[in-house]
Design a binder for this molecule. Structure first.
Ligand SMILES: Cc1ncc(COP(=O)(O)O)c(C=O)c1O
Length: 408
């Protein structure tokens, strides 16, 4: 019997010998394959593993909570304790309603449904990658490339909810004029702007504030998607604690150090629409991820974790760029700490964005040299990277870039 996991290409790691890398275990900033080969991990499950793999403090605390049970008939005191810790910590004073989800795709779908219920409009303006559900994914652009290189429309056809009065518009140039034109023409159809905070690595906070003001003039609700940044840049991401900026806030990825959890946080003025929208499911009330989220939040606070991530992100980028310089590739490639440094992004010369094969090869050469680092998508830092063997990493980056230089 053939028994195969269907994997999207982004989570298949194939080396230059066409062999798929399969993971067996992780410790700190390293993951190990079924053959015991060690990789420096800057993918971290695409962001969630913020403390590092198998963090001892985390393991110990979770093990004391597990005997309490992991799923009750309804919500538990642990859910309350987590929200209290999260909001107390951030000194948030607004009245907020929280929906517990497993993934941010669900949270964003829920947010769009609530927005449609509240405004009686079904259209959405989308800015960034916000998940794999139809309205988030269909007719989308390469959101992790700089705006000038978002010229291919992908995922066309076979997806629902993206036509006629349910249109989804891409605010892909990040320019106010594009947004303004869209609002002038279509605001009667549009319920919300959904904004991935990663896009703040291409525009300033002031630009975003201006865009939000513009949307508000047309009664468009703001869904701030802090999935990549919550639990990493700060407990509620980059701007989540600035409650005046959003109507709904989405967190996910790093908040539970790898356990599946996403929060959809809704302002009180949307209570009625939220209840009507009936968002939530069986696993919304599951508790194991809550133990993980509470423990992660405690460890991040106790260890000054957010500041530590920033320092490591800066260091990672500085060393990477020193090697770029040594290889004579300054004109072609650079690593930058983004959103303060809890993430890093490789940026490339313009001509390379039009050559996806070259980007893919670079990621493959990193893999061949035991590094999991993303190209065409930001990479992630964990607290455990403070204990990385930087000399080993230098030599691995050098070998990868030297090989890449030969194929350019
Ligand atoms: C900003 C943003 N929103 C939503 C999602 C979807 O999250 P999930 O994979 O948990 O559904 C992602 C995933 O990468 C994301 O980066």
């Amino acid at each position: 019997m053939k028994n195969e996991i269907i994997k999207r290409s982004v989570v298949r790691y194939i080396n230059s010998e066409n062999r798929e890398i399969k993971f067996n275990n992780g410790k700190g900033c390293y993951v190990y394959t079924d053959h015991g080969q060690k990789y420096s991990d800057f993918v971290l499950g695409y962001g969630p593993v913020v403390l590092g793999h198998s963090n001892e403090q985390f393991n110990e605390r979770i093990l004391t909570l597990l005997p309490e049970g992991i799923h009750f008939p309804g919500f538990s005191v642990h859910h309350d304790a987590y929200l209290k810790a999260l909001f107390h910590n951030m000194k948030v004073t607004d009245d907020l309603l929280t929906i517990f989800m497993k993934t941010s795709s669900e949270s964003n779908t829920g947010a769009m449904r609530i927005a449609a219920e509240a405004t009686k409009r079904k259209g959405v303006i989308r800015c960034g990658f916000t998940g794999w559900h139809d309205a988030q994914y269909a007719s989308s652009v390469p959101w992790h490339f700089p705006p000038a290189f978002r010229n291919t429309v992908r995922n066309i056809g076979n997806m629902r909810g993206i036509s006629n009065e349910e249109e989804v518009f891409n605010w892909d140039t990040l320019q106010t004029t594009q947004l303004e034109e869209l609002l002038k023409l279509k605001s009667h159809q549009i319920s919300s702007l959904i904004f991935d905070s990663y896009q703040l690595s291409f525009i300033t906070e002031d630009d975003l504030r201006q865009a939000i003001c513009l949307c508000r003039k047309y009664d468009i609700l703001i869904i701030l998607d802090e999935t990549k940044s919550a639990g990493r840049v700060g407990p509620l991401g980059c701007l989540g604690q600035e409650t005046e900026l959003w109507d709904m806030l989405v967190t996910g990825k790093a908040i539970a150090n790898g356990a599946p959890l996403s929060l959809l946080i809704v302002k009180e003025h949307l209570r009625e629409a939220t209840i009507k929208a009936q968002v939530g499911g069986t696993h919304s009330k599951e508790v194991m991820s809550i133990y993980c989220a509470l423990t992660t939040l405690e460890i991040m606070n106790e260890s000054n974790g957010y500041a530590t991530l920033r320092t490591i992100g800066e260091r990672t980028s500085t060393i990477f760029n020193e090697i770029v310089h040594e290889c004579g590739l300054n004109e072609l490639i650079k690593m930058s700490p983004i959103l303060g440094g809890a993430l890093v992004d490789i940026t490339l010369a313009d001509r390379l964005y039009n050559n996806p094969q070259t980007l893919k090869l670079l990621q493959t050469f990193f893999l061949d040299n035991s590094i999991l680092l993303l190209v065409g998508h930001p990479s992630f830092i964990s607290l455990a990277h403070s204990g990385m063997d930087w000399n080993e990493w230098r030599s691995q980056i050098f070998k990868s870039l030297a090989k890449w230089k030969k194929v350019l």
